[in-house]
Design a protein around this ligand. Structure first.
Ligand code: NDP
Ligand code: 2IT
Length: 444
């Protein structure tokens, strides 16, 4: 049996009931076959793949907090410090009721290769909790965040592990966590990114994932003789990534016509009104029905459906496995030419294969959404030198990073005889740097 197949079997056997983690490992390892075969003896001897699929450290802890009625609530929290070969652990914190160890491991595993692709010195990690910030008062969110950080403080630090936002963790949550870290350690340091601008945050970090997604999508289309300008775009989600993807798509001359949340979706044939969307989601924290109520031409539908709209480009920006085989078929039938992932692993393996086999340019999240963590690394640099850069400076670096990521993965795919397979290109380019660093550092 090949080394890759042995490791896939091992991961499935040793990590029962973690289907998302299995999926992420399969996607990466399947496309590394040629690379692994070329180094098989050395990698086997060093158990390189066994080490790569095993987190360096996994922390699981309880988070007790008191709700507004005086009732004690208990959540479970995780921090998976997956790989520190190329830098301190770096990755977001997800707060969503669906969070479990398998979800955090899939996200942490993806983060290793994503962070490598940025070209910046950051290792891979991820964390979170099954706490649901939705419907909680600010005081309840603060109580949770303080209790969560009281424990997490023992394991993180500006040169050790630097968490950030993800689903359910935005500026408010990062602020409460930062305050508690500072209070406990008596240190004012860049232990978290995505901070507010008044206390060490970076300009353009809020916009970075969505903007970066569009910079990469535009470069990919250009390099294939097409253009983002004039394209109709379907976006899913209505959170941090989706909002700034919609905004940048408009700035680049495209027309995003959809967005969604966990209850329903919007089709706005006039193009999404991004200021209204920001008001509904960032300020009021309300449902998309409020968006529809303020836009006479917009339609609101319950449930799923953004992939049924006829568009040129699809940008899934909500959550894992939200774009399935039936959706991929619908997109292809409607003439969609490109799918670029703003979310982490939003496309199932079957849907990815169908899109690729039907001539759709497909860029995986670990490349397409890397602008967020890349700009987090720029926030770390600014914190270390105790300076602030202008919006234009950060945004300019972000653009360059996204353009470089695309060309690196495009080249890796070509070098290994898989031209146009951006999944393979991203995995190979991300993997090679980490593998080299792990080998150089010996058996640790
Ligand atoms: P937010 O919490 O800001 O927004 C998430 C959006 O997706 C919301 O509209 C939410 O709807 C929807 N959503 C979340 N979970 C589900 C679900 N199970 N079913 C349907 N809809 C859902 O998160 P972000 O925008 O930050 O993150 C979106 C994706 O992008 C995630 O996959 C994240 O890992 C990834 N990502 C984020 C980065 C960042 O910098 N923030 C960087 C790179 C990737 P509702 O509000 O109703 O729950
Ligand atoms: O998935 C991701 O890359 C993020 N949620 C951002 C991580 C970060 O450290 O900025």
């Amino acid at each position: 049996m090949s080394y890759v197949d042995e490791i896939i079997d091992l991961v499935v056997e040793k990590n029962p009931a973690q289907p998302e983690f299995h999926q992420a490992v399969k996607e990466v390892l399947e496309s590394l076959r040629v690379v692994v075969e070329a180094h098989e003896e050395e990698y086997r001897r060093d158990a390189l793949l066994e080490r790569m699929v095993n987190p360096e450290r996994q922390i699981i802890f309880r988070v007790p907090w008191v709700d507004d009625k005086g009732q004690v609530q208990v959540n479970t929290a995780y921090r998976v410090q997956f790989n520190s070969a190329i830098g301190p652990y770096k990755g977001g914190l997800r707060l969503h009721p669906s969070v479990n160890l398998g979800i955090i491991k899939f996200l942490g595993f993806e983060q290793i290769f994503k962070n490598s692709l940025t070209g910046l010195p950051i290792g891979g990690g991820k964390g979170g909790s099954d706490f649901d910030p939705k419907g909680k008062s600010d005081r309840e969110v603060m109580a949770f965040c303080q209790s969560f950080m009281t424990e997490l403080t023992k394991y993180v630090g500006a040169d050790t592990d630097v968490p950030a936002g993800d689903i359910g963790t935005g500026a408010r949550e990062i602020g409460y966590m930062y305050g508690q870290y500072k209070r406990l350690t008596n240190r004012y340091e860049g232990v978290l990114t995505g901070k507010g601008l008044s206390y060490g945050g970076s300009l353009a970090r809020k916009e970075a994932t969505g903007y970066g997604l569009l910079y990469l999508t535009a470069e990919m289309l250009k390099s294939n003789g097409s253009s983002i300008e004039g394209k109709t775009v379907a976006v899913s989600g209505a959170g941090n990534v989706a909002i700034y993807a919609i905004q940048k798509a408009q700035q680049l001359g495209a027309k995003p016509v959809t967005c969604s949340d966990s209850t329903g979706w919007i089709y706005d044939p006039d193009g999404i009104d991004v200021e209204l969307l920001k008001e509904v989601k960032e300020v009021k924290r309300a449902r998309l029905t409020e968006y529809a109520a303020a836009r006479p031409n917009a339609q609101y539908h319950e449930g799923k459906g953004v992939w049924s709209v006829k568009v040129d480009v699809a940008l899934p920006c909500a959550t894992q496995n939200e774009l399935q085989l039936e959706d991929a078929k619908q997109l292809v039938a409607n003439g969609c030419i490109a799918v670029c992932e703003g979310a982490n692993m939003p496309t199932t393996l079957e849907a990815t294969e169908y899109l690729q086999n039907n001539g759709v340019w497909f860029v995986p999240g670990k490349a397409a959404n890397a602008g967020g963590v890349a700009t987090s690394a720029l926030e770390m640099s600014q914190n270390s030198e105790r300076l602030h850069w202008t919006f234009e400076e950060v945004d300019g670096k972000l653009q360059q990073i996204m353009v470089n990521i695309f060309h690196n993965l495009d080249k890796a795919a070509k070098d290994y005889g898989m031209a146009g397979n951006y999944v393979a290109g991203a995995n190979i380019a991300g993997f090679l740097k980490v593998a080299e660093a792990m080998t150089a550092q010996g058996i640790v």
